[in-house]
Design a protein around this ligand. Structure first.
Ligand code: GLV
Length: 321
C-alpha cells in the first residue's frame, strides 16, 4: 500500500504529481479557505505525511492522534503554528522552507518601509478621491529613507537581507538580535545595539524576528513610547510579536509616525479592523514571500520534504526542536 499524504490547500497539479509518483494524495481543494480543524485532525490521524501552510494550526492533540505520521512539511519558514515539541515527542519530523524566500520577503519588507515613509497609500487614495488639486508645497510630505537610521530587530536571514537593502539606500543600519552577528557586522557594515537604544534612535524599526515565547508582544506600549515620534514601524514577522492595541494607540496619539504591516495577531483581518481607520498605516494581507517564483519554489521544496520524510531520508531543511 502506498503511503498517504494530505495537502491542506489546493496546490498546482505539477506539485501534487511530484508526491503522487510515490504516494496516494488527497487535498483540501479550496484555494482561499483553510481546511477546518476537524478535517485536519482526521487527516493527521490517518496520514503518513502532511503538506501544510501558515494558516493551519497543528496542535498537540492533533499530533497525539496521529497513527502513522512521519513528516509534517510546512510551506513557510515560520513554524509557530505547529506544536514542535509534541511532534518531537512522537518522533515526527518537521520541515520548513528557509532561504528560498529570504530575498523576496526582504523586498516586501522594504516595500512596506518605503510605502509608509513616502505615504504611497495616501497618495493613491488622494487621487481616487479627487483630492489632488494644484501642486502644493507640503502636500503628502513624508520621511526620507536615504541617510536615515534603520533599526532591525531579528538579524536572521531576512533581517540581513533587509540590512543590505538599507545600505543600498545609504541608510545607517543597526540591529538587535539574541546573539551578536559578527560576520554580518563585518560583511554588511551593521552595528549591534541594545533593544532600547535601537528603539530610541532609529528612524525605521523593522521587525523580522521569529515568533516565540520570548518575542510575544515584544513591541508593546512601552516599546512604542521609546520610539521617536517621527519613526516608522514595519512588521513582516508574525502579528503576535506586536501588541496591536498598543500599536493602534501609539499611531493614533502620534507617538510614532506610521507603520507598515504584513502580519496581524488574528489573520485575516477585516475591513472593520481599527488599524484601517488610521491614515498612517500601510497594511498588506501576509504576502511577504508571495512572488510567483518564490511560492513555486516553496511548494516544490515542501513536496520534496514530504517525500524525504516518507522515504526516511535526511530532510533538506528540518526544524530542530
Ligand atoms: C510566512 O509567513 C512564512 O513563514 O514563510
Amino acid at each position: 500500500m502506498k503511503p498517504y499524504v494530505f495537502i491542506t490547500r489546493r496546490m498546482p497539479a505539477a506539485i501534487v504529481e511530484m508526491i503522487e509518483r510515490e504516494c496516494e494524495v488527497s487535498m483540501w481543494e479550496e484555494e482561499e479557505t483553510p481546511v477546518p480543524d476537524e478535517i485536519l485532525a482526521r487527516e493527521i490521524k490517518r496520514a503518513d505525511g502532511i503538506f501544510c501552510n501558515v494558516s493551519d494550526t497543528i496542535t498537540k492533540e492533533m499530533i497525539d492522534g496521529a497513527e502513522r505520521l512521519t513528516i509534517i512539511a510546512t510551506m513557510a519558514v515560520g513554524y509557530n503554528n505547529i506544536d514542535i515539541e509534541a511532534a518531537a515527542a512522537r518522533g515526527i519530523q518537521i520541515a520548513h522552507t528557509p532561504g528560498v524566500l529570504t530575498e523576496t520577503t526582504a523586498d516586501l519588507t522594504f516595500a512596506l518601509l518605503m510605502a509608509a515613509a513616502r505615504r504611497l497609500p495616501e497618495g493613491m487614495e488622494a487621487i481616487k478621491n479627487d483630492e489632488w488639486g494644484a501642486w502644493a508645497p507640503f502636500f503628502l510630505t513624508g520621511q526620507d529613507i536615504h541617510h536615515s537610521r534603520l533599526g532591525i530587530i531579528g538579524m536572521g536571514r531576512i533581517g540581513e537581507a533587509v540590512a543590505r537593502r538599507g545600505k543600498g539606500f545609504s541608510m545607517e543600519v543597526v540591529y538587535h538580535n539574541r546573539s551578536r552577528k559578527h560576520e554580518a557586522e563585518e560583511a554588511i557594515g551593521v552595528r549591534y545595539q541594545e533593544l532600547d537604544e535601537l528603539l530610541e534612535t532609529s528612524d525605521f524599526v523593522c521587525l523580522t524576528a521569529p515568533y516565540t515565547n520570548e518575542t510575544h508582544h515584544l513591541m508593546n506600549a512601552e516599546a512604542f513610547k521609546k520610539m521617536k515620534d517621527s519613526a516608522i514601524f514595519v512588521n513582516t514577522s508574525r502579528g503576535s510579536t506586536v501588541d496591536e492595541k498598543a500599536l493602534f494607540t501609539a499611531l493614533k496619539n502620534g507617538e510614532i509616525r506610521g507603520a507598515g504591516l504584513d502580519v496581524f495577531e488574528q489573520e485575516p483581518i477585516s475591513s472593520s479592523h481599527p488599524l484601517l481607520s488610521l491614515p498612517n498605516v500601510t497594511l498588506l494581507p501576509h504576502i511577504g514571500s508571495a512572488s510567483e517564483k518564490t511560492r513555486w519554489r516553496m511548494a516544490e521544496m515542501t513536496a520534496n520534504h514530504v517525500l524525504q520524510g516518507i522515504r526516511g531520508e535526511a530532510l533538506d531543511h528540518p526544524v530542530k526542536e
